[in-house]
Write a protein that binds this ligand. Structure first.
Ligand code: ADP
Ligand code: MG
Length: 729
């Protein structure tokens, strides 16, 4: 249960005096939620400085000034009744205050003739005389302090004005409770940090622009709180899921010979063997793990050392009586699928079902095809289930999954959301984990209670970050490229040379090459994406006829599959695509990747796209086409792509160009979005928090001590209470 001291922060801002349902609606639009804490965790993006308070003769045009003036007269009919003017002076000069569409009574009451007022707004010059249109503030002189200050400015959304959000924040600040300190006393002293409450108050009361830009003390503290809460939650998930009993699956890989070059065991009937005997023999093979040995022999290549190590670790995890939570991280093309196949077959050899979840249907289909090819030979039944399987076909599949006939089930993540009932699921593999967030990861950890979990990710998260973000998992890294893989040649070309690129394709096609042609990403609108791809498709079709195919996200599942099939069979030679091909697609013969408007893509995305080629033994090429105007950062990004094929290096570079905020913020990255923390600034704090969390969980695992109690509040505050749930069981 959340401590009641936090309750006031978890109610809608609408409950605050003077804040209406409209404001709360717009705040919800802006932040996704309208609780006080959501607003308090919103960082100001800028300031308005009203401290400049000159005499009239010293005002600066275009600048915000706070003036003390005496009202001389009103002219309601200035400029042909369109404008209401109020003339004012001080001892150094004159200024007129203008109102359009005036509410006359209100103006008269606010600016009575003969009295003094403080007005604040932007100074303009019109026909050589000074004026201020619609002052932001009009106050009596004794209330000057209310005006002359620095005001925080927040990101806005249509309908939400600066005044509305400013007022809401002000009211929220009245409700900020004093919370017991959850940070270590010595650490606080060393950092010279303020309390949480003081830090939050300071965040929203900047005294200058520097407070917004600077990574100042109160911001570090808030960042640390955020990171610590996350590290602590991860530490709990890890600790308690490790302690949780899992199922022991397989033989832990004992006796497997990865280097075996013996001829594959015969699959067809042995001499004189009846079908029944064969079935029994296969079952026996399966049980003894022979089927794994056979898989090794069936592979058309030998595993890399990194793949072997990963498989061995996975087998040990699976055999152990604890639940497996392992992250398999490897650059595009490093061969994660095969590793997952070993895990699935290992489950199968203990009689358990396994499932592989992919983020898209194309990928699920592709995994199905790859895996089924091997499994057919091993006599293991594989099923695929995605949204496109409907009606009777679906019923049959569900039936097979339910009665255990289907041993390996491949699908989209809907596999978990829908009420698919497994016979005895023992292992869940999640591919391209970066499409799923940390929360989903935790959900999964909870859902399949005893289930062994293997998550696979191609997101090249910088090495330095992995540990802090995946603290709840064991990690295997595929850091070795399959043998004979050549680096991809990358060239960067100006779009005014596009015709040359197109002309060169005919030769390539004649030489038997296949080409991906990716069209620009326009984030705001999928429609525009589509238009660009369709235009390019029509354009190339004029030249290359039906050798050109098209695939995009708006196509129906079987249209997509059809387009993909035609390309992988070599019927089409050029595949024009939107970014749907970004993840996972594997067509070995494709050796040229052309990306239009490449300057619009993020580095990691370019790297993912480029990874679609260079999968066979041929030398592959990636052509990055850019158009003007291109920013300095855009140019730098393309240059990095040209220079290196190392996904991890690219990720580090991306981090330093864009700053952590952005890479951490991108939904794609699979890295949670932080409100205060920024990896590029707070790197050290991440490390300290990880260590801190570790010590906490060792010394006070149930958060019973005084600090422990305070830490519970921290977890609730940042909604990282997944961890607390474990404490109370
Ligand atoms: P990713 O890690 O990007 O998911 P995949 O599993 O799709 O990579 O593998 C990429 C390609 O490399 C596939 O065609 C796969 O068959 C092949 N591959 C995997 N392991 C090896 C290996 N050890 N040697 C040669 N090719 C391999
Ligand atoms: Mg893959």
């Amino acid at each position: 249960m959340r401590d009641s001291i936090l309750n006031p922060l978890f109610v809608s801002v609408e409950t605050l005096p003077g804040i209406g349902s409209k404001t709360s609606l717009y705040i919800k639009k802006l932040l996704g939620n309208d609780r006080l804490k959501d607003l308090l965790f919103l960082k100001p993006s800028n300031v308005i400085d009203r401290t400049f308070s000159p005499k009239i003769k010293d005002v600066i045009e275009g600048q915000i000034c706070t003036l003390e003036v005496e009202i001389i007269s009103h002219d309601p009919n200035d400029r042909y009744r369109k404008v209401y003017s109020v003339f004012c002076k001080d001892e150094t000069g004159f200024i007129s205050v203008k109102f359009f569409k005036p509410r006359k009574d209100w103006i008269k009451s606010q600016l009575p003739v003969g009295e003094k007022r403080v007005i604040s707004g932007t100074i303009e010059k019109f026909n050589n005389s000074l004026q201020m249109t619609h002052p932001d503030f009009i106050e009596k002189v004794e209330n000057k302090y209310k005006v002359q200050k620095v005001e925080a400015v927040y990101p806005l959304t249509a309908g939400l004005s600066r005044k509305m959000i400013g007022k809401a924040i002000d009211k929220c600040l009245d409700k900020v409770p004093d919370l017991a300190e959850w940070n270590n006393e010595h650490f606080m002293a060393k950092q010279k940090w303020l309390s949480w409450k003081e830090s939050i108050l300071k965040l929203h009361s900047p005294t200058s622009k520097e407070d917004i830009i600077d990574n100042s003390l109160f911001k570090d503290r808030l960042a640390y709180d955020e990171v610590l809460s996350m590290q602590l939650a991860l530490a709990y998930v890890r600790k308690f899921s490790k302690e949780k009993k899992g199922i022991s699956i397989g033989q832990g890989g004992e006796g497997l010979d990865f280097k075996s070059t013996k001829a594959p065991l015969p699959n067809p009937l042995l001499q004189g063997e009846s079908q029944r005997e064969q079935a029994q023999r296969k079952k026996f093979d399966l049980e003894r793990g022979n089927v794994l040995q056979k898989l090794i022999q069936d592979l058309p290549f030998s595993l890399t050392g990194a793949q072997e190590r990963a498989i061995k670790n996975i087998f040990i995890d699976m055999k152990s009586p604890h639940k497996m939570m392992r992250l398999l991280q490897g650059d595009v093309g490093s061969g994660k699928t095969i590793v997952s196949l070993f895990a699935c077959i290992n489950a199968c050899s203990s009689g358990f079902q396994s499932c592989i979840m992919a983020p898209t249907e194309i990928l699920a289909t592709q995994h199905y095809e790859t895996i089924n090819k091997f499994c057919k030979n091993l006599n293991i039944e594989v099923e695929i289930l995605t949204g496109k399987h409907k009606g009777k076909n679906r019923e049959e599949k569900l039936h097979k999954i339910n009665n255990g006939e289907a041993k390996i089930i491949i699908g989209t993540h809907a596999l978990f959301q829908e009420s698919v009932e497994f016979y005895n699921l023992g292992l869940a593999v999640i591919d391209e984990q970066h499409r799923f967030g940390v929360h989903q990861r935790m959900m999964l950890a909870e859902k399949g209670e005893k289930l062994d979990c293997l998550v696979m990710s191609a997101t090249p998260i910088p090495r330095t970050l992995t540990l802090t973000l995946y603290g709840d998992m064991d990690i295997s890294i595929l850091d070795e490229k399959p043998a004979n893989r050549k680096d991809i040649n990358t060239v960067v070309i100006n779009s005014n040379k596009l015709d040359d690129v197109v002309n060169s394709l005919q030769d390539k096609i004649n030489e038997g090459e296949q080409i991906y042609w990716v069209c620009p990403l326009v984030e705001e609108s999928e429609k525009i994406d589509l238009a660009a791809a369709t235009d390019r498709y029509n354009n190339l079709k004029k030249i290359f006829g039906d050798k050109v195919g098209l695939i995009h996200g708006k196509m129906k599942a079987d249209e997509k599959k059809h387009a993909m099939d035609k390309f992988s069979k070599g019927i089409t030679r050029i595949l024009v695509a939107t970014t749907v091909i970004e993840v996972g697609v594997d067509v070995k013969n494709a050796s040229i990747m052309i990306i239009e408007h490449s300057e619009r893509f993020g580095l990691s995305q370019l790297h993912q796209l480029r990874g679609r080629v260079g999968r066979g033994e041929k030398q592959s090429t990636c052509i990055l086409i850019y158009s003007h105007p291109i920013s300095i950062d855009g140019r730098k990004r393309l240059e990095i792509m040209r220079k290196t094929n190392d996904g991890f290096l690219i990720a580090e570079e991306d981090l330093s160009i864009r700053g952590g905020g952005e890479i951490l913020g991108t939904r794609q990255s699979g890295i949670p979005e932080f409100k205060f923390a920024d990896y590029s600034i707070h790197k050290d704090l991440f490390m300290i928090a990880r260590q801190d969390a570790k010590v906490i969980i060792e010394t006070d695992p149930y958060l019973k001590s005084e600090r422990g109690q305070a830490l519970r509040i921290l977890l609730y505050l940042f909604e990282q209470d997944v961890g607390i749930k474990y404490l109370e069981n």
